[in-house]
Write a protein that binds this ligand. Structure first.
Ligand code: CAA
Length: 401
């Protein structure tokens, strides 16, 4: 007996089908959106990225243009001023902005994944109306305050306190490594609210506007990469917030933090993917232009094999990142897949940037060429929103469950 095979799945002659939706199954609208963001990034961001990195200058003008294009509120429904796009759309946008410059894309990632999304999922209607509209429109950006000087990977082991005071709360403590620190209009802050339970069960999340007395940004960190983005400490000194600053349920903030990071990790996976693709593109171009021993260096098998490895890893990273985004869009559990996507994509970004610098030789080691910056920018993707070690911990817990 032979099984009947639907005609569209039969093994077609290679090159005879042009109705197949491409290797990634993107819709025509998604292909157009990706191309449009790429063109925007190439036109508006690439020409300024190098100088902003050199000057360690926050990209205010270009971030405003990203806001006008809807890139800061992709996941936000239209009724709150956003684009109402899917996670996959967001990932496509992140990939292309990151191809141009990771400093710009980290602003986009934190705003979309770490601030807009938890407000959307856990916020009250009034909080959505008050914060999502300006966040999505680019009036201001948001920041996510979880890490502290002595708690990074062990995130629940924080010290920042939230003490009840009348009908409000008073925050005291220090948050570290805060992307958009000093630039943000609102800070999503996690603090210990209940000393009588294990820390992870006594953390509350608060939405704190930047102009709240007692909130202060520290000096900008001097970073290896993503130097145009702003990273600071945030100090809370008797910072009084009203009861309606609480987002979600009192003492259940750690779950908000973790669920939010699941989505954030897909965004950082997309960032790493964009960096990796750029490193590959720069390498391919350079290998055809640069000559050695009477040949373009692309003629040498050593470099051909290296580019084959880069291209293969980039494809694997893309498939993992898109898959995690699709699972999130479909309402499936995606924590393990998000960690796999971030882990593999960030290690691919480092692999590709490292290979690109090696291929460029001395030119890869100086500031004039893009690959030196890619090498510095790639490293952070293995560190923030959960180190590669934390991703392995999350994945192995799922595997062993
Ligand atoms: N979704 C919802 N809830 C979750 C969850 C998830 N993905 N993961 C854990 N939880 C819940 C657990 O169910 C548990 O709940 P109960 O108390 O009811 O049982 C609670 O959270 C505690 O969970 P764990 O015991 O698993 O927590 P842990 O202390 O072992 O920590 C960890 C787990 C994975 C290591 C976590 O601490 C972690 O992710 N650390 C890394 C933190 C991180 O990524 N920081 C990035 C900072 S933000 C940043 O970088 C932004 C930027 O600027 C770019």
């Amino acid at each position: 007996m032979t099984a009947s095979v639907p005609s569209e799945t039969r093994n077609a002659e290679p090159g005879t089908r042009n109705d197949y939706p491409g290797p990634y199954g993107l819709s025509e609208e998604q292909e157009i959106f990706k191309r449009t963001v790429h063109e925007f990034a190439e036109r508006e961001i690439v020409p300024v990225a190098h100088e902003l990195d050199e000057k360690v200058e926050y990209p205010r003008a270009t971030v405003a243009k990203m806001g006008q294009l809807g890139l800061l509120g992709l996941l936000v429904p239209e009724e709150y001023g956003g684009a109402g796009a899917s996670t996959l759309d967001y990932v496509l946008g992140m990939e292309e902005i990151s191809w141009a410059d990771a400093s710009h894309s980290v602003v986009m990632s934190v705003n979309n994944s770490l601030v807009c999304e938890p407000i959307l999922r856990f916020g009250a209607e009034e909080q959505k109306r008050r914060f999502l509209v300006p966040l999505a429109g680019g009036e201001y950006v948001g920041a996510y305050c979880l890490s502290e000087p002595t708690s990074g990977s062990d995130a629940s082991n924080m010290s920042t306190q939230a003490r009840r005071d009348g009908d409000g709360w008073v925050l005291n403590g220090t948050k570290s490594w805060i992307t958009n620190g000093g630039e943000a209009g609102v800070y999503l802050v996690y603090a210990l609210s209940n000393p009588n339970v294990p820390k992870s069960r006594g953390i509350t999340a608060f939405l704190v506007p930047a102009n709240t007395p007692g909130l202060r940004a520290g000096k900008k960190e001097k970073k290896l990469g993503i130097r145009a983005s702003s990273t600071t400490q945030i100090f809370f000194e008797d910072c009084r917030v009203p009861a309606d600053a609480v987002i979600g349920t009192v003492d259940e903030g750690f779950k908000i933090a973790m669920a939010t990071l699941d989505g954030g990790r897909i965004g950082i996976g997309a960032q790493a993917l964009g960096i990796a693709q750029r490193a590959l593109d720069e390498s391919v171009r350079y290998s055809k232009e640069r000559e050695a021993f009477g040949h373009p260096i692309a003629d040498f098998q050593g470099l051909q094999w290296r580019m084959a490895d880069m291209a293969t890893r980039v494809e694997c990273a893309r498939l993992l990142v898109y898959r995690a985004a699709r699972m999130k869009d479909a309402g499936q559990s995606f924590s393990k897949e998000a960690s796999m996507a971030k882990l593999f994509a960030s290690e691919t970004a480092m692999f590709c940037a490292h290979a690109a610098v090696q291929m460029f030789g001395g030119y890869g080691y100086v500031r004039e060429y893009a690959v030196e910056k890619l090498f510095r920018d790639a490293k952070i993707t293995e560190i923030y929103e959960g180190t590669s070690e934390v991703q392995r911990l999350v994945i192995s817990r799922h595997v062993l469950r």
